[in-house]
Design a protein around this ligand. Structure first.
Ligand SMILES: [Zn+2]
Length: 139
């Protein structure tokens, strides 16, 4: 029901549409209806936003789940893991999508999916755990 078009009728709550009692200019029954109404609007806005970039977000989430399987967080400082590209590809890993990128030692490009980072070699990726690398900005 569109409240703006019904000026002659008694006002109704914008959320539950019950007739409003009390002071003039009221648009909600109570604070719960106001919060529910605003929450419904925010939720619709979020759903619209998600429609615009679902594939990228989904791919990054999938990459993260795959990298979690390699238990990188338990590597020692400076330790890396080498994983064949075809193995990662078969799991659905997509190296094009990352959350951060850093160049180290002049020519090493490291990409990150949050705290998990990788460097591309010929047939494998070198993986490491580096929470700070994802947030670094030295491109
Ligand atoms: Zn209400």
């Amino acid at each position: 029901m569109n409240q703006e078009l019904n000026f002659t009728e008694k006002p109704h709550c914008r959320y539950c549409e019950k007739p409003l009692l009390g002071r003039a200019g009221k648009i909600f029954c109570n604070v719960d209806c106001k919060n529910n109404y605003n929450s419904r609007i925010r939720s619709a806005q979020r759903a619209e936003e998600n429609k615009r970039f679902p594939q990228v977000i989904q791919t990054i989430k999938n990459n993260y789940r795959i990298l979690l399987q390699y238990d990188l967080a338990n590597l020692k400082e400076g330790e890396v893991k080498h994983v064949r590209k075809d193995e990662l590809r078969s799991l659905g890993f997509d190296h094009r999508y990352c959350t951060g990128a850093v160049i180290e030692n002049v020519r090493e490009l490291w990409k990150c999916c949050f705290e998990f980072c990788w460097k591309e070699e010929m047939n494998w990726l070198t993986l490491k755990y580096s929470p700070s690398m994802n947030n670094r900005y030295n491109y």
